[in-house]
Design a protein around this ligand. Structure first.
Ligand code: ZN
Ligand code: ZN
Length: 260
């Protein structure tokens, strides 16, 4: 693939919109908010899922994927994340209570387990297909991360859910190959307290954070808007001219090219 495909971009699930889910290569996705409805019959091509954190809107299709894969696949579905994200999956999802423990259940007719959980180290690159993913710490939940996604030397930064986060801007300053920032804006600026409490951004907070960045040459696109507030958030983003260098509010199905 020569682009990242945004399969789910919403901050809420609605009848017409999925939650966070990016296809970064033929076999690899980041987050699992909208895999079943978008892949359809191609769902069995998914081999690798990199997680940003364990909130439900980012993991919701994984249990159903495991359920489909156990009779159909020959090799484990590999799920990558920081330690606390994987611990959450084990403790709260694949615990034989909420869902079967597919980490212990063997693929029918084969030797490998249905899922394999693989721990990532912060800022240590991991290459799958021909894409390199480098997790970096964000400010959202214990163990949340974003990814620098690189292919053929060109980079896109995906913060996923985050509040104010110095490391985002340090990395952008350090790495001029990043041509696009994809971040989140969940609430209108009047909800600053809610944004702080839930560790999400508003347009005003994003504008303030941008003062930490020495560069102005990358595109800024946003997603994860809470469905009830899409119109006022877009009005604010436009008034503040935040979607610079041809950035946009991403919707399901949008694509961003790796080369720029
Ligand atoms: Zn979250
Ligand atoms: Zn989220």
């Amino acid at each position: 693939m020569d682009c990242i495909e945004f399969l789910g971009t919403g901050g809420t699930r609605t009848p017409t919109q999925g939650t966070t889910c990016l296809r970064v290569s033929n076999h690899c996705v980041i987050d699992a908010g909208n895999l079943i409805n978008t892949f359809g019959d191609d769902v069995f091509t998914i081999e690798h899922i990199f997680l940003t954190h364990s909130h439900l809107d980012h993991i919701i299709d994984i249990p159903f994927l495991a359920d489909l894969f156990v009779t159909q696949k020959k090799v484990s579905l590999k799920i990558y994340g920081l330690k606390s994200t994987l611990d959450d999956l084990r403790q709260f999802i694949f615990n034989h209570r909420v869902w079967p423990n597919f980490e212990e259940i063997t693929l029918i007719g084969h030797t490998e387990k249905t899922i394999e959980l693989i721990e990532l180290e912060l800022e240590t690159p991991c290459t799958v297909d021909d894409v390199t993913l480098t997790p970096f710490k964000t400010n959202h939940t214990e163990g949340s991360c974003g990814y620098i996604i690189e292919k053929n030397g060109a980079g896109i930064m995906f913060t996923a859910d985050t509040y104010r986060c110095d490391r985002v801007w340090e990395l952008l300053n350090e790495r001029p190959n990043i041509h696009t920032l994809v971040t989140e804006v969940s609430f209108p600026s009047e909800f600053a307290k809610l944004a702080y409490d839930s560790k999400h951004l508003t347009p005003a907070i994003l504008a303030d954070e941008l003062n930490k960045c020495k560069r102005d040459d990358f595109a800024i696109s946003v997603m994860h808007l809470k469905a009830l507030f899409v119109a006022p958030i877009i009005d604010e983003l436009n008034a503040m001219k935040l979607l610079r260098n041809r950035g946009k509010v991403l919707v399901d199905g949008d694509r961003i090219q790796y080369s720029h």
